[in-house]
Write a protein that binds this ligand. Sequence first.
Ligand SMILES: NC(=O)c1ccc[n+]([C@@H]2O[C@H](COP(=O)([O-])OP(=O)(O)OC[C@H]3O[C@@H](n4cnc5c(N)ncnc54)[C@H](OP(=O)(O)O)[C@@H]3O)[C@@H](O)[C@H]2O)c1
Length: 227
Amino acid sequence: MNKKVVVITGASSGIGKEAARLFAEKGYFLILSGRNEKELEEFKDKNAEIVIGDITFEEIQNQIVNLIKNKYQRVDILVNNAGITYIQPFEKNTKDQVDRIVETNLKAPIFLTQKIYPIMVDQNFGHIIFTNSTAGKEPKLNHTLYSATKFGLSGFARTLRLEAKKHNIRVTSLHPGGVKTKLYDNVDPKPDISTYMDPKKVAEILIYLAETQDLSPDEVVINRMAK
Ligand SMILES: NC(=O)c1ccc[n+]([C@@H]2O[C@H](COP(=O)([O-])OP(=O)(O)OC[C@H]3O[C@@H](n4cnc5c(N)ncnc54)[C@H](OP(=O)(O)O)[C@@H]3O)[C@@H](O)[C@H]2O)c1
């Protein structure tokens, strides 16, 4: 089998969905995950395996790993993309919100990577991409929890990279600014996202980085031109 295999979490919406469409156009085998089954239906006839469920559950992470091991026997790219946000003054955050965002944005990508990384080590190639954020590079007002998870994810990626290089595994953190997606649907008050970036354009950069050979795109910041 010559085709490449890409895993994308949070493929049912926004940046992840656009990336899945672009990888599909390029003929990759896809393993896509998200909770919203309807939003993933378009991929069913596109060489895609769909894993429906909460990515914070070990059972869902294991379903992804079992597909890699049993169906494809390889994995080229892991895009840890699923994420949520809360934007509010620090004191308004509940314990449940702290748990939820740490589970989704930080622990799930660490645990999924921990399961897939040994397969990449054995095959002596692979590329792990994290959809981070500019909020993982600089503080933003009312983003305490989100920034905590994205700074944490950045530290994880930067440190993993030191170990991964000798196994021919690349580790990339993508740090976009505001992107026009459903990420903000539950934020109250909802920010004006009309000038935010097109998720397809961000996904195009992600694909470019994934396909680039012989160099290691470590951290890429993408800002919008419009104010
Ligand atoms: N939008 C921005 O301005 C922006 C900027 C920088 C970075 N980012 C990052 O980009 C990534 C993608 O976000 P987006 O902007 O494309 O937002 P989005 O349209 O809301 O997409 C988020 C994706 O994550 C999935 N997801 C969230 N929680 C999940 C869970 N517990 N289990 C499984 N899937 C889960 C969602 O799937 P379901 O709804 O099907 O569960 C959805 O597919 C996130 O990591 C986000 O932090 C976004």
